[in-house]
Design a protein around this ligand. Structure first.
Ligand SMILES: [Zn+2]
Length: 368
C-alpha cells in the first residue's frame, strides 16, 4: 500500500466516524480510531481545507478544557435518489450528512416507451432546478422493484413493472449525471447505518414484500441476485393466491396491500381506523400482525440476526412493537425478548435515500 492510499483510508475512517457520531473532536478521533494526534491533525486540516469537515462551536468532552467540535459539512456534496414503482416516482435530495433536504412524490405510470424516459428526465430537471451548485451532485441512485443485474444494467425480472430482461440503458441516458441502479429492498437496507448493524435482515413491507440482508456490513446478493426474496417463502400451504401465481406466499399475507386491498383506502387511512379502534380494521390488523409474527419468527430461526422492519407498514410498526413482540415470542421458543427487532430509520422513501447514499459512500471511500 503506498502512502497516498494509506492517507485516503485514514480520511475515510475519520469521515465515517464523524458521520456515525454526528459530532466529534480531534482528541476523540485520535482515541477512538487509534491514530496519533499528528496524523489526526494533518488529515482533519486537509479535510477542512477541502470543505468536507467544518468546526462548529465547542464540544463537551469529559473534563478538561472544551475542544472544538467537528462536523461534516452537509452541503459539500449531494446525491439524488429516485424510486420507481408501477404508478409513482419518488425523488429525494440527500446531503453528505445523509439528511433529506427535499422530497417529492408524483404519480407516473411506468412504461417502456421513450415518453416515460423523457418525462422522468424533465421531472428530475425540475426537482433540481433550485439547487445552487449542481456540480456538487455526485449522481443519481435509482431504486427498481425487481431483480437487477448491475453489471449489465438489466432488470432480470420485475413483477411490479411487468418486464423481463429489460435494459436500463435507455434510462441511464436520460440523466446528465452518473447513475446507479439498485433493487428496492437492497436500496432500503442501504439507507440504514450498516456500520451499526453489520449483520441484519431488512423486511420491506410495501405493496409487495421485499427483503434484503447484509453480512459484515455488506449487502449479500446471493448467487443469482435473488437473496432475500422472503415474500415468496410459503407461509400457509395451499393458502391465498400470490401475484407470482403460487399459493400461500408470505407476500399474500404480509405485504402492505393486504391491509388496503378490496377497499379504496390508503394505508394511512387504514392505520387511522386502527387508531380509532374501528372493529373491522382492528381485526384485520390483528390478523396481519399474527402472520407477520410467523414470518419474523421463521427468519429469526434461520438467520439469527437483527431484523429491521421497513417499508410502508414498517413506518407504523414502531407504535405496535408490544403486540407484535408478544406474538413473535409465542412462535419462537429460543429467544426471550425481541430486542433484535428494529424500526427503520427512514419512514418515507427509504429506497430512494439508500440508492442515493451509494454515491455518498463511494465519495467517502475514495476521498484522497
Ligand atoms: Zn409468491
Amino acid at each position: 500500500m503506498d502512502k497516498l492510499e494509506k492517507k485516503s483510508i485514514t480520511k475515510s475512517k475519520i469521515l465515517n466516524y464523524v458521520i456515525n457520531n454526528k459530532i466529534t473532536s480531534k482528541t476523540e478521533l485520535a482515541k477512538e480510531l487509534g491514530l496519533s494526534m499528528p496524523t489526526v491533525l494533518t488529515n482533519v486540516n486537509e479535510l477542512m481545507d477541502k470543505g468536507v469537515l467544518v468546526e462548529t462551536g465547542e464540544y463537551e468532552s469529559t473534563g478538561g478544557r472544551k475542544a472544538k467540535s467537528l462536523e461534516i459539512n452537509p452541503s459539500h456534496r449531494y446525491a439524488m435518489g429516485i424510486v420507481i414503482t408501477a404508478n409513482h416516482v419518488g425523488m429525494v435530495l440527500v446531503n453528505l450528512k445523509c439528511e433529506i433536504e427535499k422530497v417529492e412524490r408524483t404519480r407516473l405510470k411506468f412504461s417502456t416507451d421513450m415518453s416515460y424516459c423523457t418525462k422522468l428526465s424533465q421531472m428530475t430537471k425540475h426537482f433540481l432546478k433550485n439547487m445552487k451548485n449542481q456540480g456538487r451532485l455526485l449522481g443519481i441512485g435509482i431504486s427498481i422493484p425487481g431483480i437487477i443485474n448491475q453489471k449489465e444494467n438489466l432488470i432480470i425480472k420485475s413483477h411490479a413493472l411487468q418486464v423481463e430482461n429489460f435494459s436500463l440503458s435507455f434510462l441511464e441516458q436520460a440523466f446528465p449525471f452518473p447513475v446507479y441502479f439498485e433493487n428496492d429492498a437492497n436500496a432500503a437496507m442501504l439507507a440504514e447505518d450498516l456500520h451499526q448493524y453489520q449483520n441484519a435482515i431488512y423486511l420491506s413491507l410495501n405493496n409487495t414484500l421485499g427483503g434484503a440482508f447484509c453480512i459484515d456490513g455488506h449487502l449479500f446478493p446471493g448467487q443469482n441476485q435473488k437473496a432475500g426474496e422472503f415474500g415468496h417463502m410459503i407461509l400457509v400451504p395451499n393458502g391465498k393466491t400470490c401475484y407470482c401465481g403460487k399459493h400461500g406466499c408470505a407476500d399474500a399475507y404480509c405485504a402492505a396491500s393486504v391491509l388496503t386491498d378490496g377497499t379504496q383506502y390508503t394505508l394511512e387511512q387504514f392505520m387511522k381506523q386502527v387508531e380509532q379502534n374501528d372493529p373491522a380494521a382492528m381485526n384485520k390488523w390483528e390478523k396481519y400482525l399474527n402472520d407477520l409474527a410467523i414470518l419474523i419468527s421463521n427468519l429469526r430461526m434461520a438467520y439469527d440476526m437483527d431484523m429491521i422492519l421497513g417499508g410502508e407498514v414498517g413506518g407504523y410498526l414502531s407504535d405496535y412493537m408490544i403486540p407484535l413482540g408478544e406474538k413473535v415470542l409465542s412462535y419462537n421458543g429460543f429467544d426471550h425478548d425481541i430486542r433484535y427487532l428494529k424500526n427503520c430509520s427512514y419512514k418515507k422513501e427509504a429506497s430512494a435515500v439508500g440508492a442515493a447514499k451509494h454515491f455518498l459512500y463511494e465519495f467517502i471511500k475514495n476521498i484522497s
